[in-house]
Design a protein around this ligand. Sequence first.
Ligand code: CTP
Length: 526
Amino acid sequence: MADYIYTMELRLSPQQQRGVTLVQDVARNAGMNLYLTGGAVRDIITGFPIRDLDFTVQGNPLKLQKEFERAGAIIGGADDYFGTLYLTLPGAVRAEIGSARIERHEKTGKPPVVTPATIIEDLRRRDFSVNAMALSLNEGSRGLLMDPFNGAADIELKVLRVLHNYAFVEDPSRLIRASRFAARFHWPLEERTQARYDSAKENNYIEYITDHAIGYEIEQLAYEDDPLNVARVFEKEGWLKVLSPHWTTAKIDTNGLSQLMKTRQQMVDLGYIPQPAPAMLHFLTARLTEKESTDIRKMIPRRDLAEAWRDLEDHAKELSKRLTGKEAATPSRTWKLLSSVRPEMVLFLAITTRQQAVAQKIKNFFTKWREVQQKIPLPEMTELLITPQLPEYPKIAEDVFMLLLDGKMRSRTERLNFLKPLAPPPPPPPPPPKRGRGKAAAAAAAAQVPAPAAGKGKKKGKGEPPAAAAAPAVAAKATAKTAEPAKAAAKPAAKPAAQKTEPKKPAKPAAKKPAPKPAKAAKKKH
Ligand code: CTP
């Protein structure tokens, strides 16, 4: 059996891995069997980016809302009818937790009749073979892949295959989904699936799509990495007007969308994780009327997404105002403000602002000000033993960075004036080495090594290296310019070595003594 857990852990981001652990813990405590399903399993196997986590539990996930919130998840919406919970897990990980179910499609155009089921039965109600796989996250079977329709083989073949002949009749939204996945993966429909697709399209089955499915597919479009490409395919196939009657690609702000994708990538490269979906919806519907946009918004199942989209412009205006006010009067204050707001707000404002001053501040935040981090005076800090080992180091480094941003601490004197009061006390010299060679020898050794001044400096544990010893390691990381101060910092570390050698002299005669004595003395040490 392939080790899918290993592959999963390898493919998920650290945030997604933590998300899996969180959901696992909540489900286990509730005694519910849990599976990773749908696109997440498909993408683990294909190697495509894993955009969200789809879970299925045997039980009702809606009962777990409080537990999820306690564990740090945000509930983005809940669907009572299908028993689905829409979550945002810590680290901005999008997740959906569905109830394992059978869907019986009794009347075309009506929602299916839903009944609880086993995971295998649940897989049978799904759209395509590549989406009908589950990975067990339960003790005892963790990592077991359930693949009743041989989706893994279709992944190899790179085709989309429906599970049965009535797939498009049962759920016409699968027509839209087929186009979406084909556009994203560049995978064709398998031959018979293509024939069913053509026939369903010809017979206009799409008119039986439910409002719930329309809302769900609009939301999915907003999560696409390249929604414009998908929207173009939708338009060609006639699906865009199914999602909203007056929607065409001419109503999309294509320039805004491409700016959004570009700026988002820049932010990702800098380590931010902005959620672009609200802004995607903004640009995708830019030229629809207010009423048309509001109608679309109402259909979106994730209420938090719908609200974030609705409030986007107001929040951007607010941020813009703050950026031109006192709160952002200096570079350091602007930095703090931009670091404290949600990255998607910065992303949206960066693209839409018409105020030169705001645009410039955001630009500096992404570029010029970041370079100031290189100017953190590591040599002086190392010299003063202000090293990452200190608990207060992050705060000191942050304060230094803020001062540098505001053009302060230019000269060495200025830097030392600021840093000196923050430096830790110098480490005490190490205690004299104890020699078990009689009182006279010990006294002689003690006479040669000055005792540390009482109460001066931090007490160090046995065997702990002197604080100074750590400094060169930090300095070594710095540029060649820092080499000199690094040497200086190493000096206090050199002392103990010299001290160690000195007491060796009186030890010489003791070597002639019988062996047991030093052994006894060594025991005493412990
Ligand atoms: N699903 C389905 N039929 C639908 C909607 C969803 O069978 N009409 C199932 C599929 O198994 C799908 C899973 O629910 O894989 C999750 O749906 P969705 O998030 O829309 O698609 P993903 O496959 O996860 O693809 P992605 O998130 O990458 O777009």
